[in-house]
Design a protein. Structure first.
Length: 319
């Protein structure tokens, strides 16, 4: 989970001014729609819950009658479907409304950081993530928020993603979090250099047989990360003492156990397993004028972009 500093940064002070002077006025025009959407949800959910509860209760009653064995299973199934449906009604309505709000406010917010854009469209470069070994192997790549552009002269893609792997009858989520693709200022000649957290080793989810485990001198770094590559010399060239210290600091700053980094071609890929809906705003149960939810989203964006500053990726020499 990304840590959040209570003290306001200079950029957040600019965001507070932007919110007070411009965003709050824009958001106020959607308040009536928020209330209307919430009312629709509050009417729909009880109906689904009642239907689902009645069907489940009926299934228990019919269970005592052997002649109704087949009917019991059918009724119970439909009861569960209605109950689960109630949860999806709220999340679906909230996400649709949230995306509408983000289209209005995100362009203004991202201008505070640089030349960045926000979208919810499908990300077409997911094959890069699998080739880089920054994420587990997957069969389905589902995205939510995507931020792309330039920050401090570094090209950056930030993708909120959920990865699913299906093998035979088994299907499960293997990754739920943030993936970054960043320009790296050293050229990588070998295929891959992978740095994975020891708390959730990526080797459990990928075949690392073609790589060699690299033992580096930094004891503190070795306690936090494992390094794999097919070129030990280049691994040491990339993972200098100064750069390893920055990676150590990044892990502690984010308070995240599950971080993986992969150096592949001219890019640095970073995956952070968060298991939460990042950059979330426009709650249906809170007034749109409530500042806190937007400040939380802003600090999450700021924290992710801070990786570029922390690792000094905008410096062309002297990692």
């Amino acid at each position: 989970m990304i840590s959040e500093n209570i003290e306001m940064s200079e950029t957040e002070l600019k965001f507070k001014k932007l919110f007070d002077e411009k965003l709050s006025g824009t958001l106020s025009t959607y308040e009536a729609e928020r209330v209307s959407t919430l009312h629709e949800v509050l009417i729909t959910i009880p109906v689904l819950l009642i239907i689902g509860s009645v069907l489940v209760a009926l299934s228990f009653y019919l269970q005592s009658l052997s002649v109704w064995t087949y009917v019991v299973a059918t009724v119970a199934l439909f009861g569960i479907i209605f109950l689960v449906g109630a949860c999806f009604v709220y999340s679906g309505a909230k996400k649709t409304f949230e995306n509408k709000i983000k289209k209005k406010i995100m362009p203004k917010i991202l201008k505070l950081f640089g030349d960045l854009e926000h979208t919810n469209k499908a990300y077409i470069r997911d094959f890069d993530f699998e080739k880089s070994y920054v994420v587990p192997q997957f069969t389905q790549f589902k995205t939510d928020d995507i931020i792309t552009g330039t920050y401090n002269d570094v090209n950056v893609d930030i993708i909120e993603a959920e990865l699913t792997q299906k093998e035979g009858k088994y299907e499960g989520i293997v990754f739920d979090g943030i993936i970054l693709m960043l320009d790296f200022n050293k050229s990588i000649n070998s295929s891959n250099i992978i740095v994975t957290s020891k708390s959730r080793p990526l080797r459990y989810f990928r075949d690392f047989s073609k790589f060699k485990k690299i033992k580096l001198e930094d004891i503190k770094f070795r306690k936090l990360f494992s390094v794999y590559s097919n070129d030990e010399v280049e691994s040491r060239y990339v993972l200098t003492t100064a750069f390893m210290e920055r990676l150590n600091n990044m892990k502690f700053a984010f308070k995240a156990d599950n971080i993986t980094m992969a150096f592949y071609e001219d890019k640095l890929y970073i995956s952070i397993y968060t298991e939460k809906d990042m950059f979330s705003v426009a709650s249906l149960i809170k007034p749109l004028s409530e500042y806190k939810q937007y400040a939380t989203m802003f600090k999450q964006i700021e924290s992710v972009l801070a990786i570029i500053d922390l690792l000094k990726l905008n410096q062309k020499i002297g990692l």
